[in-house]
Design a protein around this ligand. Structure first.
Ligand SMILES: *Cc1c(COP(=O)(O)O)cnc(C)c1O
Length: 714
């Protein structure tokens, strides 16, 4: 092979495994191939590599330093995926090597170049899959291939949100058509009532593990079915139930067709609960036993994670719709209509009750959990009726608090700081509190300097985005110019980015504009706000909230202090969480099941300012960030909003701002840095997905695989 061929081959191979997305040295390698092209492609290495001209490849291949870098990361990659490399799971989860866990999720947020996610649920799933790979936990992920993604957000000159859809191009997707044992592409078939739906299966490599994606844009499908999986969370209940049949039933069939035998199922949210029924059908075929018998075996090997206490977040399908699409499956399971519908009902005999995917998932799984301690409690209360013989605290739903995949979210500069002070092997010991305690050995000046650099990077990113957006909206030249100098890299910077849903109260600060002006415009102690987030296209109140915030960001006196960055995605999130001083979170307790964006912030040296809800309710210790309110809920949402607003401003005015601006003659705020260190020391080891996936392995995957990992008392 010539040096050019070798280099091209290495780059191509690296771009075909999403491992690159959590390794800064590989990202840098791809960026250096073609910096503009990398940005223009939304950080898609495959597109950059395929777009390299022969001259450029030759030039790079003649550059000995570049070749050496490529050789190094290429061999790092090979040693990462090699089965001989020691991993945590080799000793702790060996039984899963034989039969992996099948992890089902309606969305996966792995990287912005693979837009098959909408928000937190998907990012959590992506972080879970990456972590399983890092730990060597054998897991096959199953999801849908949304060619047009969720949507891309554009905000017009007056703050209205517009949804843009573009179709992914196969040739630039880091995915291959999955082949079966016979070497032919895997195409599966799902009965939808009297119709048959076809899907082809794509494979995305995520480190050591694979993600299978079902794609309905294939020959043999009606036009409507071709578009069934084009978009995420769209359409009426008919579309939803068909998407969920595809995910659940199609997912099980894809695993079978690919020759993958699983030890158990993990349902990440109820969307995929039909998988348990298809699994039961297979078991009935194999064993000849009846449904009720095999249902117990299926439940024994199924884990269900529920993700929301908000009632509208649970899919419910009316009986006639269920019968329309699931009659063939019901017949194979040899169940009557009422028996079948009863599987998804709180009161099985109630002929009017809809089939709820969450209920089905609870009934068909032996292990169920919420995603924070508080959410576990809220879930036990909300669903107690499913276990009429249990007291509320005995309801068999536990909790495993969410975390984040640290290598994905941590700024390279912070990774280097941890290399220097916490230990070169910090990445292997994330759940170790003793290791994180070493953060105290970092000098305040060094930590602060690193953080300031990251904040400056964020400010340039925000300026660039704001300028481009204003240009597109044909704003005045003055407003476009203003974008270039908006924000001040030394001012206290608060970030808020999440879905614009009413319970998250993205507009809370804006409900008292006088107080907001006093806060932001203080000449000695200025405060600035960066917002981002999408509203669901059908959520009018959510879009209204967004408009309020956006319009405030254009007011002549506030526009240098407030910016709304459009099209919140993993890329925008990464910039924000790596550079802010404070991450604001204002849900109406207890509606935020966990939240994870604040966890991304903490290891990057930002502080959380949050309602005591979700993960923050179990994380806050009085000194490792800031709390809004005291965790008490008022029955009236209006009264609750009033109290939280007062508390939010009081904490900002009396705690956050004074502490930040209490700086020594070199500009180092020692009290503030002490809080950052305390956050890293007390929270870093807990709120990461290494801890989370290890919990799932010990508490759910091994027991459900029939291996009791607990030593029996003798
Ligand atoms: C982390 C993340 C989320 C989830 O954050 P929450 O705190 O749960 O709101 C949503 N969207 C993106 C793009 C993210 O990166």
């Amino acid at each position: 092979m010539s040096p050019e061929e070798k280099l091209f081959h290495q780059l191509h191979e690296l771009s075909m495994n999403m491992w690159w997305a959590w390794n800064p040295s590989v990202i840098k390698l791809f960026r250096d191939l073609d910096p503009d092209g990398f940005r223009a492609s939304k950080h898609n290495p495959l597109k950059v590599v395929k777009g390299l001209s022969p001259e450029r490849v030759r030039e790079l291949a003649q550059d000995a330093a570049f070749r050496a870098r490529a050789d190094r990361v290429h061999s790092e990659f090979h040693s990462y995926v090699s089965p001989n490399t020691h991993t945590w799971a080799q000793t702790e989860a060996a039984p899963l090597r034989v039969r992996p866990v099948a992890y089902f999720s309606a969305e996966f947020g792995i990287h912005e170049s693979l837009p098959i996610y909408s928000g937190g649920l998907g990012v959590l799933a992506g972080d879970h899959v990456k972590t399983a790979s890092d730990l060597g936990v054998a897991l096959v992920a199953v999801g849908l291939f949304y060619r047009q993604s969720y949507f891309r957000q554009q905000i017009d000159a007056v703050g209205r949100q517009h949804a843009q859809y573009e179709s992914a191009q196969d040739e630039y997707l880091a995915a291959t058509r999955k082949q079966g044992a016979d070497g032919k592409p895997v195409v599966i078939e799902v009965p939808l009532g009297r119709e048959r739906l076809f899907a082809q299966v794509w494979q995305v490599n995520v480190g050591r593990n694979q993600l299978l994606l079902l794609d309905t844009d294939v020959d043999g499908n009606s036009d409507e079915n071709r578009k069934l999986a084009a978009r995420l969370y769209f359409g009426d209940q008919g579309v939803r139930i068909r998407q969920e049949l595809l995910l659940g039933i199609g997912g099980i069939r894809a695993l079978r067709a690919a020759g993958i035998d699983w030890s158990g199922l993990h349902l990440n949210e109820g969307h995929s609960a039909f998988a348990t029924l298809e699994y039961a059908r297979l078991r009935m075929e194999e064993t000849g036993a009846d449904f009720w018998k095999v249902a117990q075996d299926v439940a024994q090997s199924t884990v269900f994670t529920t993700h929301t206490p908000v009632d509208a977040g649970h899919d419910r399908f009316p009986p006639n719709l269920v019968e329309e699409y699931l009659e063939p499956l019901r017949n194979s399971l040899r169940l009557s209509k009422e028996e079948f519908l009863g599987l998804g009902r709180v009161r099985p005999q109630d002929a009017h009750e809809a089939l709820c995917m969450t209920v089905l998932a609870f009934k068909m799984s032996r292990y169920a959990n919420g995603v924070s301690c508080l959410h576990g409690r809220v879930t036990r209360r909300a669903w107690q009726a499913l276990w009429p013989h249990h007291r509320e605290d005995e309801v068999p739903v536990g909790h495993i608090t969410n975390g984040v995949h640290v290598r994905t979210w941590l700024a390279p500069a912070m990774q280097e700081l941890y290399n220097r002070h916490v230990g070169a092997d910090w990445g292997e010991n994330l759940p170790d509190p003793k290791m994180w305690a070493r953060i105290d050995s970092v000098s305040d000046a060094e930590l602060w300097e690193t953080h300031r650099t990251l904040k400056a990077t964020l400010v340039s990113f925000v300026r660039r985005e704001a300028e481009a957006q204003r240009r597109r909206n044909n704003h005045s030249e003055e407003l476009i110019e203003a974008a270039k100098t908006t924000l001040d890299a030394d001012a206290l910077t608060i970030g808020f980015a999440r879905r614009f849903a009413t319970y998250k109260r993205g507009n809370l600060l804006f409900t008292d504009m006088d107080r907001l002006r006093r806060l932001l415009l203080d000449p000695k102690r200025p405060v600035q706000l960066i917002f981002a987030g999408k509203a669901h296209p059908d959520d009018q109140p959510g879009k209204e909230l967004l408009r309020t915030v956006y319009q405030a960001s254009l007011l002549s006196d506030l526009r240098s202090r407030i910016v709304f960055v459009e099209d919140y995605d993993i890329n925008v999130a990464r910039h924000l969480v790596q550079g802010v001083d404070v991450w604001l979170n204002t849900p109406r307790r207890p509606q935020e099941a966990s939240g994870t964006s604040g966890q991304k912030v903490l290891l990057n040296g930002g502080l959380n300012l949050s309602i005591l809800d979700g993960w923050w309710a179990e994380a806050y210790d009085g000194l490792n960030g800031f709390a809004i309110g005291n965790g008490v809920c008022h029955v009236s949402p209006a009264e609750q909003d009033k109290r939280d607003l007062e508390s939010l401003y009081r904490v900002l005015e009396t705690e956050v701002v004074p502490l930040y601006y209490d700086q020594d003659e070199h500009g180092v705020p020692h009290g503030w840095v002490a809080r950052i260190k305390r956050a890293i020391r007390t929270l870093g080891w807990r709120f990461n997905t290494d801890r989370m996936v290890r919990d799932y392995v010990r508490e759910c995957y091994l027991p459900s695989a029939g291996v009791n990992s607990c030593a029996m008392p003798r």
